[in-house]
Design a protein around this ligand. Structure first.
Ligand SMILES: *[C@@H]1O[C@H](CO)[C@@H](O)[C@H](O)[C@H]1NC(C)=O
Ligand SMILES: *[C@@H]1O[C@H](CO)[C@@H](O)[C@H](O)[C@H]1NC(C)=O
Ligand SMILES: *[C@@H]1O[C@H](CO)[C@@H](O)[C@H](O)[C@H]1NC(C)=O
Ligand SMILES: *[C@@H]1O[C@H](CO)[C@@H](O)[C@H](O)[C@H]1NC(C)=O
Ligand SMILES: *[C@@H]1O[C@H](CO)[C@@H](O)[C@H](O)[C@H]1NC(C)=O
Ligand SMILES: *[C@@H]1O[C@H](CO)[C@@H](O)[C@H](O)[C@H]1NC(C)=O
Ligand SMILES: *[C@@H]1O[C@H](CO)[C@@H](O)[C@H](O)[C@H]1NC(C)=O
Ligand SMILES: *[C@@H]1O[C@H](CO)[C@@H](O)[C@H](O)[C@H]1NC(C)=O
Ligand SMILES: *[C@@H]1O[C@H](CO)[C@@H](O)[C@H](O)[C@H]1NC(C)=O
Ligand SMILES: *[C@@H]1O[C@H](CO)[C@@H](O)[C@H](O)[C@H]1NC(C)=O
Ligand SMILES: *[C@@H]1O[C@H](CO)[C@@H](O)[C@H](O)[C@H]1NC(C)=O
Ligand SMILES: *[C@@H]1O[C@H](CO)[C@@H](O)[C@H](O)[C@H]1NC(C)=O
Length: 761
C-alpha cells in the first residue's frame, strides 16, 4: 500500500514533476482518475507556459468551449485549467467533487453535454491558499494516499494553487539533527505523537504522552509526503514546505553547550515536561546552519520545487522578550537564514499570533517584528481569521507585506452548521479595494468538518470581482449537489437550503464567531455550558425553528422523490441536519432541566423525565450518526491503527496510534489539558463516551438538591468515563457493519419518533 520510494526514484519523479508544472499532463491524469470513460472528451491548452513558469504574480484566466467536438479548456496555468474543468462540471454537467462523499464527476450524463458558446473565468487574486498547520493534526494525521488523492483533486479543481505541505517533516528534522551529531535517542523524545505533531512543529509542545513516536511512523509519513508533493506539482500547485523554526530537542545543549537558547513559554497549562520548548536564537550561527540543512535536505528529497516556506515561531508562544530590537533581530536573523539557504525563499507566516496573543503584540511590536524582513516580497502573511478577527487593518496591511485573506471558520474540527455568507463574499472584495498588498484568498480551517458550501463559496469568490449573490449560489449548489439527469428536483430541497442560508449560514453576531459546539460534547456541568461565545460558542445565533424547517423540507423531499434516499449527498445532508436539530433540542431541554432542578419547588419527577429525554436523545443521535461512516468514530480509529502496518511490534504501535486518536478528540493532553477542544459528533463517540458521561452526571443530579450538590462527586463520575475511554480500544473497534442501518430506516424509525417525543415536530 505504501511502497518504499528510494531517494533516486524520488528525485527522478520530482524532476519530472517540475516539468509537469508547465504541462497539461496532470489535468489529463485527473480526468482519467475521476471520469475514466470520458478521457477522450477533453482538450487542455496552456496559453502561456513561460508565464506560468515564471515568478511574477498574475491573475489566472480560463475559457471553456467546444472545439472539433471536444470540450476545450484553455488557460494561463494548470491551476486555471483545473478551475475551468470544475466550472464545466458544475455549470454544464451539474456534478462536482465533495468532501466525505467523494467525486461525483463520473455521474455526469453520457455523452457529456457540450458547453453552449464560450464560458470564461478570471481570478481576481494570484493566490488561492489552503490549510492551517493544525489541519494536519485535526483532520489528516491518519489519512491514506487515497484520502490525499481526493483532497488534492478537490483543491486543484477549486483553483487552489498554494497549499501547505507539512506531512512527514519529522523525517527531515531527524536527518538534520543526526547530521549535527545528535543521536536518535536524543531526538525522538522531542517529537510529539501522531495526533499532536502540529503543536510540536509550532513549538507549543514537545514530547509524547502514552509512548514515543515510532521511527516507523516517521518513515511512513515521509513516503506519503513524496507522493503528495509530486501530485501537487502535477496539478499545478506550489507546495509550501516547512523550514527550521528554532525549536530544538533539549539535548541540543548537551552537544552544543554554547548554543544560545531560551525556553519558550508555557502552552495551555501543559506541565513543563511537555512545553516550554527550547528555542535556538536566530542570532546563533547554528541556527543558520540548521536552516541550511533543513532546506537542502528537502531539495535533496523532493527537488528544488518551491520557494515558499511556512515558518511560525510565536504561534501561541510569546517571544522571550518584548524588546523592539530583540523582535526585529529575530525576524532579521530568520530571514537571512532562509535567504542564504535558498535565495528565492519567501517566508509564509500564519498571522494568528497577532489575534490570539494580542496583549503581547502591540502595534509597535508587530511593526518591529515585521521590519526585520527588509524585502516585503520575501514574506507572505496569512491573515488567518479574516471573516471574524481580521488584523490587516490595524497592522496597516502588515506594513506592506503581501498577505492573504482567509476564512478560518472551524476550530478543532468541531461540528455544527455555520457560516457568515455576507462576510466571506463582501469583505474580501472590500479588502481587495483597500489593500494593495492583498495577493490571495484562502481557507485556514483547524479541521475540515462539514459546511463545505462555505469553503467553496470563498474559493469561488476568488474568481468573481463582485460579491457573489448567495441566494443564486445556494440554488445552484442544490441543483448540482443532488443532480438528476433531467434537472428536476423537489422544490423542498431548494427550500431546505434557503432556510439554512437565512439562519445557520447567516451569522452576523460576531461575539460567537465560528462553528458552534453542541453542549452534549462538553463535560456535563450545572453551569458554564450554555451561553459561551468566541471560537467554540454554544450560543445559537439563529432561530432553531429555521433549521427544523430545513430538516422538514429535506424529509419531505425524500418522501416526494424516493431516489434521494440512495443519493450519497442527500444521505449525508439529512444526517447532518438531524445532528443539528438534535443538538439544538438537547440545549433547550438541558436548560429547562437545570432551571427546574434549581427551582425552590423542585419537581423531582419532572427533572427525572427531562434527564431521560436527554439520554434518549443521545441514543437516537448515536443511531442516526452511525448510519454513515463519515459521521462515525470507527474510521478515525481504524485509520490510525492501519498506520502500524505489519511492523514488528505492530500491535503495540497500533495501540499507541489508537490512544493518540482517542486522546485528541477527548482529553487532548495527558491530563485533559484542553479537554473536549476537538470534540466530535460521531456515532460511537456519542454512544460510548458522551452518553455515559451524561448518564453518570444525570443519575447524580436527580439524586441531590442544589443544597446537597457536590461538584467533586459529579466530576468524579464523569472523569471515570473519560479515563476509561483513553485506552479502551486496544483491540481495535473496527468499522462497524453489524447493526448499521440505512439512513432512510434510521430517520423513519428513530429520528421521527424522537423528534415527536421532543415535541419539536
Ligand atoms: C519551466 O522551468 C523548468 C525548470 O526551470 C524548465 O525546465 C522548463 O523548460 C520551463 N518550461 C517553460 C515552458 O518555460
Ligand atoms: C560530528 O561528529 C564528527 C565525528 O566526531 C565530526 O567529524 C563532525 O564534524 C561533527 N559534525 C558536526 C556538524 O559537528
Ligand atoms: C564555549 O564557550 C567557552 C567560554 O566562552 C569557550 O571556552 C569554549 O571554547 C566554547 N566551546 C565551544 C565548543 O565553542
Ligand atoms: C515556562 O513558561 C512560563 C511562561 O509561559 C514560565 O512562567 C515558566 O517559568 C517556564 N518554565 C520553564 C521551566 O522554563
Ligand atoms: C541584535 O543583533 C545585533 C547584531 O547581531 C546585536 O548586536 C544586538 O545585541 C541584538 N540586539 C538584541 C536586543 O538582541
Ligand atoms: C533553487 O531554486 C532557486 C530559484 O527558484 C535558486 O535560486 C536556488 O539556487 C536553487 N537551489 C538549488 C540548490 O538548486
Ligand atoms: C465581517 O466581520 C468583520 C470583523 O468582525 C466585521 O467588521 C464586518 O462588519 C463583517 N462584515 C459583514 C458583511 O458581516
Ligand atoms: C447560477 O447558475 C446560473 C445558471 O448557470 C448562472 O447564470 C448564475 O450566475 C449562477 N449563480 C452564481 C451565483 O454563480
Ligand atoms: C426527473 O427524474 C426523476 C428521477 O431522477 C423523476 O422522478 C422525475 O419524475 C423526472 N422528472 C421529469 C420532469 O421527467
Ligand atoms: C442576514 O442577517 C442580516 C442581519 O440580521 C440581515 O440583514 C440579512 O438580511 C440576512 N440575510 C439573509 C440571507 O438572511
Ligand atoms: C440557582 O438559582 C440561584 C438563585 O436564583 C442562582 O444564584 C444560581 O446561579 C442557580 N444555579 C444554577 C445552576 O442555575
Ligand atoms: C463545573 O464547572 C466549574 C467551573 O469551571 C467547576 O469548578 C466544577 O468542578 C465543574 N463541575 C463538574 C461536575 O465538572
Amino acid at each position: 500500500m505504501r511502497p518504499t520510494v528510494s531517494v533516486t526514484t524520488c528525485l527522478l519523479a520530482s524532476l519530472w514533476a517540475i516539468a509537469a508544472a508547465t504541462s497539461t499532463q496532470g489535468l489529463y491524469d485527473l480526468v482519467k482518475r475521476r471520469i475514466p470513460s470520458h478521457c477522450e472528451d477533453f482538450v487542455f491548452i496552456l496559453d502561456d507556459a513561460t508565464r506560468a513558469n515564471g515568478t511574477e504574480l498574475f491573475n489566472d484566466e480560463y475559457s471553456i468551449s467546444t472545439s472539433n467536438g471536444s470540450i476545450a479548456i484553455a488557460g494561463t496555468s494548470p491551476s486555471a485549467l483545473a478551475t475551468g474543468l470544475r466550472r464545466y462540471f458544475t455549470d454544464v454537467a451539474h456534478e462536482d467533487i465533495y468532501w466525505f462523499i467523494g467525486s461525483r464527476l463520473d455521474q455526469a450524463a453520457s455523452p457529456l453535454p457540450r458547453p453552449q458558446g464560450t464560458i470564461t473565468g478570471k481570478s481576481i487574486v494570484p493566490f488561492r491558499y489552503f490549510f492551517n498547520t493544525v489541519t494536519f493534526s485535526y483532520t489528516t494525521p491518519f489519512w491514506s494516499w487515497e484520502d490525499w488523492e481526493l483532497e488534492l483533486d478537490w483543491l486543484a479543481l477549486h483553483g487552489v494553487n498554494l497549499p501547505l505541505a507539512w506531512v512527514g517533516f519529522e523525517k527531515i528534522l531527524l536527518d538534520v539533527f543526526q547530521s549535527i551529531n545528535l543521536t536518535t535517542s536524543e531526538i525522538i523524545p522531542f517529537f510529539s505523537g501522531p495526533a499532536f505533531q502540529a503543536w510540536n512543529r509550532f513549538g507549543n509542545i514537545q514530547g509524547s504522552w502514552g509512548g514515543e513516536l515510532p521511527l516507523q511512523w516517521i518513515d511512513g509519513q515521509f513516503q506519503l509526503q513524496q507522493k503528495i508533493v509530486t501530485r501537487m506539482l502535477d496539478l499545478g500547485m506550489t507546495p509550501i514546505l516547512p523550514a527550521f523554526t528554532g525549536f530544538v530537542p533539549r539535548a541540543l545543549v548537551d552537544v552544543y553547550p554554547n548554543a544560545t537558547v531560551v525556553n519558550g513559554s508555557q502552552w495551555e497549562e501543559f506541565p513543563t515536561e511537555y512545553t516550554n520548548t527550547t528555542f535556538l536564537e536566530p542570532s546563533d550561527a547554528l541556527f543558520s546552519e540548521l536552516q541550511n540543512r533543513v532546506i537542502t535536505k528537502q531539495i535533496e528529497y523532493y527537488g528544488n520545487i518551491t520557494s515558499y516556506y511556512t515558518l511560525d515561531q510565536y504561534n501561541e508562544n510569546d517571544p522571550f522578550s518584548g524588546d523592539l530590537s530583540y523582535l526585529r533581530n529575530i525576524t532579521h536573523g530568520t530571514w537571512q537564514s532562509l535567504k542564504s539557504a535558498n535565495p528565492a525563499a519567501v517566508w509564509v507566516m500564519q498571522g494568528w499570533l497577532f489575534t490570539s496573543n494580542a496583549d503581547f503584540w502591540t502595534n509597535e511590536r508587530i511593526e518591529a517584528y515585521l521590519s526585520g524582513v527588509e524585502e516585503d516580497e520575501d514574506m507572505l502573511i496569512l491573515d488567518l481569521f479574516s471573516e471574524s478577527q481580521p488584523q490587516w487593518q490595524r497592522t496597516d496591511s502588515y506594513h506592506g507585506k503581501p498577505w492573504i485573506w482567509n476564512q478560518l471558520h472551524d476550530y478543532g474540527g468541531n461540528m455544527g452548521l455555520y457560516g457568515q455568507i455576507a462576510n466571506v463574499t463582501i469583505n474580501p472584495i472590500a479588502a481587495l479595494a483597500n489593500s494593495s498588498s492583498l495577493v490571495g484568498f484562502g481557507l485556514t480551517p483547524e479541521g475540515q468538518e462539514g459546511n463545505e458550501i462555505m469553503y467553496k463559496l470563498l474559493l469561488d469568490q476568488a474568481w468573481s470581482s463582485a460579491p457573489i449573490d448567495t441566494a443564486s449560489y445556494f440554488r445552484n449548489w442544490t441543483r448540482t449537489r443532488y443532480s438528476t439527469s433531467n434537472g428536476t428536483l423537489p422544490e423542498e430541497l431548494y427550500n431546505a437550503w434557503e432556510w439554512l442560508r437565512q439562519s445557520a449560514y447567516n451569522n452576523t453576531q460576531l461575539t460567537s464567531n465560528a462553528v458552534p459546539k453542541a453542549i452534549y460534547e462538553l463535560a456535563p456541568n450545572i453551569t458554564t455550558l450554555t451561553g459561551r461565545t468566541g471560537h467554540h460558542p454554544t450560543t445559537i445565533n439563529y432561530d432553531p425553528q429555521a433549521v427544523l424547517a430545513a430538516w422538514q423540507n429535506m424529509y419531505a423531499a425524500g418522501n416526494a422523490e424516493a431516489s434521494l434516499w440512495s443519493n450519497p449527498a442527500f444521505k449525508h445532508d439529512i444526517v447532518d441536519i438531524t445532528r443539528q436539530v438534535l443538538a439544538n433540542a438537547f440545549l433547550s431541554t438541558y436548560t429547562t432541566l437545570i432551571s427546574d432542578w434549581n427551582s425552590t419547588s423542585t419537581n423531582t419527577t419532572a427533572v427525572r423525565t427531562q434527564a431521560d429525554t436527554l439520554t434518549k436523545l443521545l441514543t437516537s443521535l448515536d443511531a442516526a450518526l452511525s448510519a454513515l461512516p463519515q459521521f462515525s468514530l470507527a474510521p478515525w480509529i481504524d485509520s490510525a491503527r492501519a498506520w502500524a502496518g505489519n511492523a514488528t511490534n505492530s500491535s503495540a504501535i497500533a495501540d499507541f496510534y489508537e490512544y493518540n486518536a482517542r486522546n485528541q478528540i477527548t482529553l487532548w493532553g495527558p491530563d485533559g489539558e484542553i479537554n473536549d477542544y476537538a470534540s466530535k459528533s460521531w456515532g460511537g463517540l456519542v454512544g460510548e463516551y458522551y452518553l455515559p458521561r451524561w448518564q453518570s452526571f444525570l443519575d447524580y443530579l436527580v439524586s441531590v438538591t442544589p443544597a446537597t450538590y457536590d461538584a467533586s462527586v459529579a466530576r468524579a463520575g464523569v472523569e471515570a468515563v473519560e479515563q476509561e475511554f483513553q485506552d479502551a480500544g486496544s483491540g481495535g473497534v473496527g468499522v462497524r457493519t453489524e447493526g448499521v442501518r440505512e439512513v432512510k430506516d434510521v430517520v423513519e424509525s428513530v429520528v421521527v419518533p424522537a423528534l415527536s417525543d421532543l415535541r419539536v415536530l
